[in-house]
Write a protein that binds this ligand. Sequence first.
Ligand code: PGA
Length: 251
Amino acid sequence: MIIAANWKMHKTREETLEFLKEFVSRSGEIREGIQAVICPPFTFLYEAGEKQAEGNFRLGAQNMHWEKEGAFTGEVSPIMLEDAGVRYVVLGHSERRHVMGETDQVINRKMKVLADYNLAPIFCVGETEQERDEGRTGEVLKRQVRQGLQEVDLNVLQKMVIAYEPVWAIGTGRAAYPEDAREAAETIRRTLDEFDSDLGDKTNILYGGSVKEGNIAGFTTLPQIQGALVGGASLKPDSFIGLIKAAQEAG
Ligand code: PGA
């Protein structure tokens, strides 16, 4: 099971180090078989990366550019992430798609270059409320998967984690029903089979969107879901460790 913390644009350096200190000291509470991933803002990656050796977590980044280097003001390259000790990179997050205007094509460029780096993508997909109301959830998920993963190396697809995050559930306190997540994960898996016959069943799919201690087990106990991507409830060590424990106790 993978439980990933997406801190978005939150925390100072001091708050980051405090969180990690407490998280590392409580690592013993997390059972083997649970992979915690922490995705802080770029400015804290190096320091957080150094703490990986002490604690039971892997470092993730929230985004990256597709080029190795060049005239791309304000961007961060995959080689810089590797250098900081990053293992996972979130790509296609709803806020990148809907606030920063990233298209399926842009996300696809980023996915393609991962063949050259030792970084595993957490590839995010999910429908908006309007798309759900119009009964287009399946169609949207298929499009995001087909276009986002077009011509991506099989090695990248095999190390990829997918996060199903309905846009209307992110940061709203209104999580999806586990049944919705189950159905979406099935659609995603059958679309993945178009890339390689057993890719669908082998891929880890996380649910994200208003996950907290009280609802995580409803998702992680589903055979179709292998973990969670958590925003708001991952910002405090107590809350993040609490939800990891709730998931592990539920099995
Ligand atoms: P949330 O965010 O848990 O605050 O809803 C999830 C995400 O955006 O990954």
